[in-house]
Design a protein around this ligand. Structure first.
Ligand code: SIN
Length: 476
């Protein structure tokens, strides 16, 4: 299933220029494959093909679309081990976690296969006796997904599932770090039998060129992007010329708040799961852990014991729960944040250094004596550092938690229901986990507020992003 060509208009395609780019294994820094490096010609060709395919795809019945999506889902589950292997190889995710992502990713295809049949409209009582008013939902048209390396499978499926179910066609540009998972999924989509041009995968190392072409195109009606806030803003600016609809799932700075009355075992387990999922490289990872004074020392001690018990290593080795960081740039960022914090008075309780060897391995790190003057309090870490802040009152922690331009995910551990309701409602975030560190699921709306973007993915709301509402007024 190791495909290396782009998938355009139902054909496996090399870049006409003959160019390719390398995909590296972050655990060994060795090359896994060379992949077609598409240029303007292939990108335009994909847009044209998506446009042509839309003419018939939009008129298929919801049942036909549902059946194709269901076939694709079945194939993904059938091949979850192979897909997981490819994902672990290129993204460095421990194998079981990688297979878990494939199952999570496939669940969006299953969900939207079911949702396809439920694109209900409305009948509105007319404003005059002889008027009948009907509201229908129609597919927006040609859509584009620009997806990140941290979830090479699931960030694609939750966009594609919704788009195709709604009757849109979609062009996917996977991250240049992890195109192989995307191409393996393309192979399964081809087997499932989607018509040519309905779903295409354009691989390129030139993300800027791709962004410029799709934002300028009047054929492309919608772009869904998961990635950095900086790139999200750029895409929005570029899309203004054609007033394109956007969904932007951007960076987070998740507070993880533990109150004195929390269950210590549950809170430390939750913090571990949230902080170290994919080695800290998710937008919803705990970024700032706030612990109330009365439980602070006990929390730091128990959490540190659990962090030290994690096995860092090659994603394919038994018992490994933390793999490498994606690349050297990620290692540099983590090192910079630790140096800045310790220079300003923070203490490293465990970890703190690069593990010498073949890959981009970094020790899982716990730091205390952190404060708001440090870069770590404001930047999305995207790596295995857990900074633990202390606080006295609910009012104080709400203010600190909201003191950021990001607003994706937040977490609270407490047992008092008044605290739980008051704090979860006061947090300026799109998603709040209460007494759980894991909130991602197909059935709930995933997305943020403030500079974490807009639009919701998954859930019964996910298809709205790919539909336009039309009102028909009929005189009888
Ligand atoms: C992310 O966008 O990094 C998190 C994705 C998820 O949890 O579904």
């Amino acid at each position: 299933m190791l495909k290396t060509q782009a998938y355009i208009n139902g054909k496996w395609t090399n870049a006409e220029s003959g160019k390719q780019f390398s995909v590296l294994n972050p655990a060994t820094k060795k090359e896994i494959a060379q992949v077609s490096d598409c240029d303007e010609k292939e990108i335009q060709q994909a847009i044209e093909s998506a446009h042509n395919a839309f003419k018939t795809w939009k008129n298929t019945s919801a049942g036909e679309r549902a059946n194709l999506l269901r076939k694709w889902f079945d194939l993904m589950i059938q091949h979850k081990d192979e897909l997981g292997n490819i994902l672990a190889l290129e993204a460095g995710k421990p194998l079981q976690e990688a297979i878990g992502e494939v199952v999570y990713g496939a669940s969006f295809i299953e969900w939207f296969a079911e949702e396809a049949r439920r694109a209900y409209g409305d009948i509105i009582p007319g404003h005059q006796a002889n008027k009948r008013i009907q509201v229908i939902r129609q597919p927006i048209g040609v859509t584009v997904a620009i997806t990140p390396w941290n979830f090479p499978n699931a960030m694609i499926t939750r966009k594609v599932g919704a788009a195709l179910a709604a009757g849109c066609t979609m062009i996917v540009k996977p991250s240049e770090e992890t195109p192989l998972s995307a191409l393996a999924m393309a192979e399964l989509a081809e087997k499932a039998g989607f018509p040519s041009g309905v779903l295409q995968f354009v691989t390129t190392s030139n993300a800027k060129l791709f962004g410029e072409i799709v934002t300028a195109s009047s054929i492309v009606k919608k772009i869904s992007f998961t990635g950095s806030t900086q790139v999200g803003k750029w895409l929005m600016e570029k899309s203004a010329g054609t007033l394109k609809k956007l969904s932007l799932e951007l960076g987070g700075n998740a507070p993880f708040i533990v109150f004195d009355d929390a269950d210590l075992e549950a809170a430390t387990d939750g913090a571990l799961a949230s902080k170290f999922r994919n080695n800290g490289q998710t937008c919803v990872c705990a970024n700032r852990i706030f612990v109330q004074e009365g439980i602070y020392d006990a929390f730091v001690k128990r959490f540190t014991e659990k962090v030290k018990a994690q096995k860092v290593g090659n994603p394919f080795d038994q018992g490994v729960s933390i793999g490498p960081l994606i690349n050297y740039k990620a290692v540099q960022k983590v090192s910079r944040l630790i140096t800045d914090a310790t220079d300003k008075g923070a203490s490293v309780i465990c970890g703190g250094t690069l593990i010498q060897g073949e890959g981009h391995f970094f020790e899982p790190t716990v730091i205390t004596k952190v404060n708001a003057t440090m870069e770590i309090a404001h930047e999305e870490i995207f790596g295995p550092i857990a900074p633990i802040f202390s606080f006295k009152t609910a009012e104080e922690v709400i203010e600190k938690a909201n003191d950021t331009s990001a607003g994706l995910a937040a977490y609270i551990y407490a047992s008092n229901y008044k605290t739980i309701y008051q704090v979860s409602e006061a947090l300026e975030y799109g998603m709040v986990g209460v007494n759980t560190g894991m909130i991602s699921t197909t059935v709930a709306p995933f997305g943020g507020v403030k500079e974490s973007g807009f639009g919701r993915e998954g859930s019964k709301y996910g298809m709205d992003e790919y539909q336009v509402m039309k009102y028909i007024c009929l005189e009888v």
